[in-house]
Design a protein around this ligand. Structure first.
Ligand SMILES: [Zn+2]
Length: 313
């Protein structure tokens, strides 16, 4: 906490020094400090097995609001396993499975030593930054708990009786964490949409019902972010993405367009409202997180930070 306060004061001092030097026209002038110049924070909401087409069709006011206020990208992971552990590993390292080595949900062959998670990269850059993983599926804890240093908080939500109830508990914990500590990087994964996809496929009513239920959880997390932004002056970015899609009759693991489908929604800190960025790939999440927090990006990442200047739909 002390370190964070020091960082903020340092930024203000630089801004003030810039304003003073501007009077003598001897130096480039940094932008003036304003109430919105608080520390950058980012939350990544992972919606397992969720397809953008269904989000658009379903009654999902919270995700629709994020799309209206931010930039949306439709994407594919063609050529990459459409399986959770490889995909979340790609999302959380910024490199494809051919580098991080995770090919299936056994996590066998993981190379987080060579391609550390975003949590490890952030903690290496500045141990005072607070990094948090709170997820429904325990595979996320495998990634977030790997490497040294690992995330400050690594939590898998205990089974609350149904996937929907467990997601609610996950989102409650995420919202509480954001309200209490304003963490610098929060990653969460919600699992009920994937469960519904396996149960009835995307054709069955359960799939869209789960998409609508998970939208409520997204809304609770975003409400915590918005309160924090308003009350603490923090500059929050919200990213939403998915690891893979689902077949019409359920399941994934193959290379069809439905299974390889993924997406991103990026809202806050300069992302274009109503923007479209279909150049997105899931390797872009970690580079975006690092850039948002001002953490140097390793040269060996496959992805790049999401664009802020994009066409409007
Ligand atoms: Zn699945």
């Amino acid at each position: 906490m002390t370190t964070k306060r020091t960082r903020t004061l340092t930024a203000l001092s630089i801004a003030i020094a810039g304003a003073v030097s501007a009077g003598t026209a001897t130096a480039a002038t940094p932008p003036a400090a304003t109430a919105s110049d608080g520390p950058a924070k980012i939350v990544v909401i992972g919606l397992d097995g969720t397809m953008l087409d269904h989000i658009k069709r379903a009654n999902t006011p919270n995700l629709h609001r994020l799309m209206a206020e931010g930039t949306t990208g439709s994407s594919s992971i063609l050529g990459h396993p459409t399986i959770s552990a490889p995909s979340w590993s790609t999302i959380l390292t910024g490199v494809w499975n051919t580098e991080h080595g995770v090919q299936d949900n056994s996590f066998a062959g993981a190379r987080y030593d060579r391609y550390p998670s975003a949590f490890t990269q952030i903690e290496n850059a500045d141990p005072a930054l607070r990094t948090v993983a709170i997820s429904t599926w325990d595979g996320i804890a495998t990634v977030a708990g790997s490497g040294s240093p690992k995330a400050d908080v690594v939590t898998t939500t205990p089974n609350a009786g149904s996937e929907g109830a467990t997601d609610t508990a996950t989102a409650t914990a995420v919202a509480s964490e954001i309200a209490a500590s304003g963490p610098d990087f929060v990653f969460t994964q919600l699992d009920q949409v994937d469960g519904a996809g396996h149960w009835t496929g995307t054709l069955g009513p359960a799939y869209n019902q789960a998409v609508e239920a998970v939208d409520v959880e997204v809304g609770r997390i975003v409400a915590a972010v918005d309160r924090r932004q308003r009350d603490a002056g923090e500059r929050w970015t919200v990213l939403v993405t998915a690891d893979h899609g689902h077949l019409l009759f359920g399941g994934h693991g193959g290379q069809t367009p439905d299974e390889t489908s993924t997406f991103v929604i990026a809202r806050g800190d300069g992302y274009q409202a109503g923007g479209i960025d279909n150049g997105y790939t899931i390797t872009d999440i970690t580079p975006t997180v690092l850039e948002t927090l001002g953490v140097p990006r390793p040269a060996n990442l496959d992805g790049k930070p999401l664009a802020k200047s994009v066409p409007v739909a």
